[in-house]
Design a binder for this molecule. Sequence first.
Ligand code: GRG
Length: 297
Amino acid sequence: MSQEDLKQYLRTMSERIELAMDQLVPPQDQYPEALYDAMRYSLFAGGKRLRPVLTMATVEALGGDVEAALPVASTLEMIHTYSLVHDDLPAMDDDDYRRGKLTNHKVYGEATAILAGDGLLTQAFQVLGTIDAQGREAVLLRIVGELATAAGSVGMIAGQMADMENEGMKADEERLAFIHAHKTGALLTASVRIGAIFAEASEDQLLALTSYAQKIGLAFQIVDDILDVVGEAEKLGKAVGADAAHGKSTYPVLYGLEESREMVRRLTAEAHQALQSVPLRTNRLQEIADWLVNRDV
Ligand code: GRG
């Protein structure tokens, strides 16, 4: 499968997801226009759509109903978008730009950005609660549990909290692993697991796919840290060095750039291996793993 095929797949899949999300956000006449605008501003601001793509590719790998999975996949992007809107707020990272555009609070103000994030988070569960289950209520209930656990206080929010506490400190290896596994890893892993649960994977398949997702989740985050260091060094016109990570503990800071790159290679190989342990149509998932570590954004 060529690189171009994957690019085309990602483009088509993103379009389908965006169309689904467009229909899933409640129409404007049901709530204040500023809230509607703010929610849609961030939801349609671009982005790789990695999480819903992973859900869709997993459903595909298991031979599940891809079209029917679209609303479920969309909920992962809603939660991801909410987390970015809140992460950018002055009380958190205080960022002015996201995905090449002004951040939500810069356009709509802080209070509206908080509510837009809350709206997107809750919207995800409204979607899951109102899907026509067609006799598969137990499957959907399990998906609700997965999503809430991954996004909640023992998942992504735990990671964000630990990351905040890590600010300006030199975190140790264990703490850094905790931050990554929760802040980024939990939702990425849930994206794959939710696709697997939707397509009614066997327990063996679910285990293998979970392992794949955890490996690519960590590799994705290490690549993000590496890109951050390289980008920062370029901006400052300095030699690439692990010291350019805004005083935060990251993999390049803790292990150095070369060892971090080696970890990414190892994790990617392990992700490929995990998929081979069970019968699955895994071409796309394999390609996505490679794309994630070779990306430059
Ligand atoms: C505020 C509850 C709360 C949580 C925030 C995910 C997160 C937790 C914050 C995002 C900040 C950040 C840079 C996290 C590292 C993970 C990461 C690289 C997120 C960006 O995800 P991509 O690359 O973004 O998938 P796009 O824009 O492509 O969707």
